[in-house]
Design a protein around this ligand. Sequence first.
Ligand code: ASP
Length: 295
Amino acid sequence: MNRPVLLCHGGAGSKKPLKAALSGLEKTLAKSFKLLDDGGSALDAVTSAIVHMENSGLYNAGKGANLQLDGIRRLDASIMEGNSLQAGAVIGLEGFANPILLSRLVMDMAHKVFTNLGAAKIAEAEKIARLGPPNERSLKRLDRAMAKGGPALELYRKYFSTVGAIALDSSGCLAAGSSTGGVFAMLPGRVGDTPLIGSGVYADNSLGAVACTGRGEDILRLCLAKEVCMNMKNRSAEDASYLSFKRALSLGFQAGILALDRKGRWSITHTTAHMPAGAASKEGVIVRDRFRRVE
Ligand code: ASP
């Protein structure tokens, strides 16, 4: 029997997270850890945690997702399970609130990755909740960003509040998932690391599980999730993350990761000043806005 563990994050960045984002993480961890504690699977706990965060509207995922520059929300998500190495992902989903549920469904299908064309049809058939129209506040925020234009957009990228979760269940199975609205004020059609298996997420019971957040353009070039998992073959989650982050930092990357090795040792590491995240185990729930910063 393994000791179950669940980790979640609400993004990484240079701006201090809102209190609501931290308390949202606490609620998510408490609720979804119960599933693991009752003998549920790592995959179900990860799915439940991410749905909870997508529905909260507090993060850049699901109901709270960023708009692309044409005012449309296009959502990306992926999920992976470490026993069968099954994985599913959706890219650029429009009009539906829970891309993680769709990724979970896709995982059991013949194809493993869908863009909006197929993903929206599956979402419709499976009755995935619809996404309402963007609120006034996000439309205004987009207008302001457009008015400032060009480099000023970087100001809005100080905080990447994507969500992610990883878990180890009592049978020793690992899972990882992530869901995002991408980065703020991005060009329509832009895709980051989140729906790319091996970049945004990876899980393999013989290695570990990882979920990444931060500037997708950085993370996907290192295939960071798979790299940290490979490093966990003969290192703890902490040492494996540190090793990859030293290199990522030398390349100027902005990133944060959750990592869990097969023995249940975990680590939350970031190059950014903040990374609201936490862990739940039988010992209780820990949530903070900073963990191990590599600088
Ligand atoms: N990695 C995500 C992306 O680039 C953003 C984030 O983690 O907040 O789309």
